[in-house]
Design a protein around this ligand. Structure first.
Ligand code: 5GP
Ligand code: ZN
Length: 113
């Protein structure tokens, strides 16, 4: 998608601080961290949000969660704990419409649910 910020990051048109990359996903530090550790994990395929995910994306979605687990370990927060957040749509506060999962850690978080 030409006007998508995260697609531009994937194409290297907008710089980002890479944490991890493989054939399916890219992970990078959030530009406005909401916690000491704040990483975004995105699929290389452009999906606006979870609403666009189909059964064909099952492996990709599983891979994203396992990547989050791996990065939590690599970043040294697996034991202390971390939170994975996906905001889907306006009411959830989604601001960038390329599917992404926040990996938040290094702090304690108030519980919404
Ligand atoms: P959302 O609010 O859509 O769930 O999350 C979007 C996230 O993307 C926000 O936490 C915001 O700080 C981050 N973000 C927006 N633009 C950029 C950017 O150009 N670079 C990086 N690294 N993060 C960005
Ligand atoms: Zn995109």
């Amino acid at each position: 998608m030409t006007d998508c910020i995260f697609c531009k990051i994937l194409q290297g048109e907008i710089p980002s601080k890479k944490v991890y990359e493989d054939e399916l996903v890219y992970a990078f530090y959030d530009i406005a961290p909401a916690a000491p550790v704040h990483v975004l994990i995105i699929p290389k395929e452009h999906l606006c949000c979870l609403n666009e995910a189909e059964p064909a994306h099952k492996a990709l979605l599983g891979h994203i969660l396992l990547t989050a687990k791996k990065l939590a370990k690599d970043l040294g927060v697996a034991e202390s704990g971390y939170r994975i957040v996906n905001n889907c749509g306006e009411n959830a506060g989604q601001t960038v419409f390329h599917l992404h999962f926040h990996l938040l850690a290094g702090d304690t978080f108030s519980k919404l649910v």
